[in-house]
Design a protein around this ligand. Structure first.
Ligand SMILES: NC(=O)c1ccc[n+]([C@@H]2O[C@H](COP(=O)([O-])OP(=O)(O)OC[C@H]3O[C@@H](n4cnc5c(N)ncnc54)[C@H](OP(=O)(O)O)[C@@H]3O)[C@@H](O)[C@H]2O)c1
Length: 351
């Protein structure tokens, strides 16, 4: 194996991505080297390129999610072995684990085996969105970050624990929203109310949503529509798309002492936040973010089983042809907007 690999590199904020040769890294203790079969694209990727969001140094390789085969295991790795099919997500803390390339190293405790019923293309789209949806519900409260701190379904008595408790997930057709709906179903929430385009209604019901409110309807009426469905105070809302408008609408539909989790920076009116009437926090789907690690470690330990049993289903995917050279155009497409779809790049197909 040559010690060089193809990677897509960005030299400065907003510049075109270029195909370059970089070193293949060696896994350290507790790390594995993964030959990437597929990379799942996230909106974070175009935000990093176009706005420089979260970029620590230039030139930079982006890419958060991937799936592939373990080709080397460092000392003390016990949970996976050479030849295993695995999926993993990057971390903002360590740019070297980003995935717009053919190989990456990653800490083995944030790597999960891909079960036989899931393709590597599907698996590459799972880790970040799944973690963000799960952490919104189950991560501890560490303001201004964190989740609702609910008991997860992989713990004793967690499954079905919240029967009769309503929850609202704004933007259920987003990747994060789809996983949040499925976790809400496993936790027993009812009703599970979401907002989405009309054409996604049946699909989101198949994942566990009980009521899909057409997102074309005025957000000013959302609280009224939710109240009519829920029939009792709503204490939990997760805004999976988190525009300024959706964050404020989600805040307003909650009962006093309700809990709102958003997944982008706070856009809620200052006066509302300052009142302290409701709990508001920003979820981070970065599994290696220190305060989230207990929840992340538990999620990664159960991820394979959740997928193998069909308790959690992956998003719908489209493989974009052209390997790494197709990344830039695919990111533009993602920015324009996709509907309940993940775009996948296969780096080994790069000419
Ligand atoms: N905090 C974190 O760690 C973290 C991690 C991952 C993502 N995020 C953020 O989470 C958000 C979602 O990311 P994603 O990758 O899941 O997005 P995505 O899959 O690209 O989202 C696309 C979907 O968003 C829905 N949507 C857009 N605007 C909407 C609105 N006003 N109301 C309801 N639905 C709307 C659309 O639904 P329809 O097709 O039904 O119209 C579309 O299917 C992004 O803002 C992203 O930056 C944060």
């Amino acid at each position: 194996m040559s010690n060089k690999q193809k990677a897509i590199v960005c030299h400065e904020v907003g510049s075109d991505l270029s195909l370059e040769l970089i070193d293949i890294p060696e896994p350290g203790p507790n790390e594995v080297l993964v030959k990437l079969h597929a990379i799942g694209l996230n909106s974070l990727d175009w935000l990093m390129r176009e706005r420089g969001s979260f970029v620590k140094e230039w030139p930079a390789v982006f890419g958060f999610d991937a799936a592939g085969t373990v080709v080397k295991a460092g000392e003390a790795v016990t949970n996976v072995a050479v030849g295993d099919r695995v999926m993993h997500s990057g971390t903002l803390e360590e740019p070297q684990v980003f995935t717009f390339k053919e190989y990456t190293v990653i800490r083995s405790d944030f790597v999960a085996q891909v079960p036989a019923n899931i393709t590597l293309d599907e698996a590459s789209t799972i880790p970040l969105a799944l973690a963000t949806g799960a952490f919104a519900l189950y991560d501890s409260k560490h303001p201004p970050r964190g989740g609702f701190a609910l008991t997860p379904p992989w713990e004793a008595n967690g499954r079905g624990k919240y029967v009769g408790e309503p929850i609202v997930i704004v933007g259920g057709a987003s990747s994060v929203g789809q996983f949040a709906i499925q976790f809400a179903r496993l936790s027993g929430f009812s009703p599970i109310i979401t907002t989405a385009s009309k054409h996604n209604e049946a699909y989101l019901e198949s994942l566990g949503a009980t009521h899909v409110i057409d997102r074309a309807l005025p957000l000013a009426d959302l609280a009224m529509r939710v109240a009519a469905i829920a029939g009792r105070p709503v204490l939990y809302a997760f805004d999976a798309v988190s525009t300024p408008e959706t964050q404020n609408a989600a805040y307003d539909l909650l009962a006093p002492a309700g809990n709102l989790i958003v997944d982008r920076r706070f856009e809620i009116e200052e006066a509302k936040l300052a009142s302290g009437e409701k709990y508001v926090a920003l979820v981070s789907g970065d599994a290696q973010n220190l305060p989230s690690r207990p929840c992340a470690t538990a999620l990664y330990a159960h991820m394979t089983e959740l997928l193998a049993t069909g308790d959690i289903k992956p998003n719908r995917i489209e493989v974009v042809p052209g390997g790494l050279l197709a990344v830039q155009a695919a990111l533009s497409r993602l920015k324009e907007g996709v509907s309940a779809l993940k775009l996948v790049i296969r780096p080994q197909e790069t000419l």
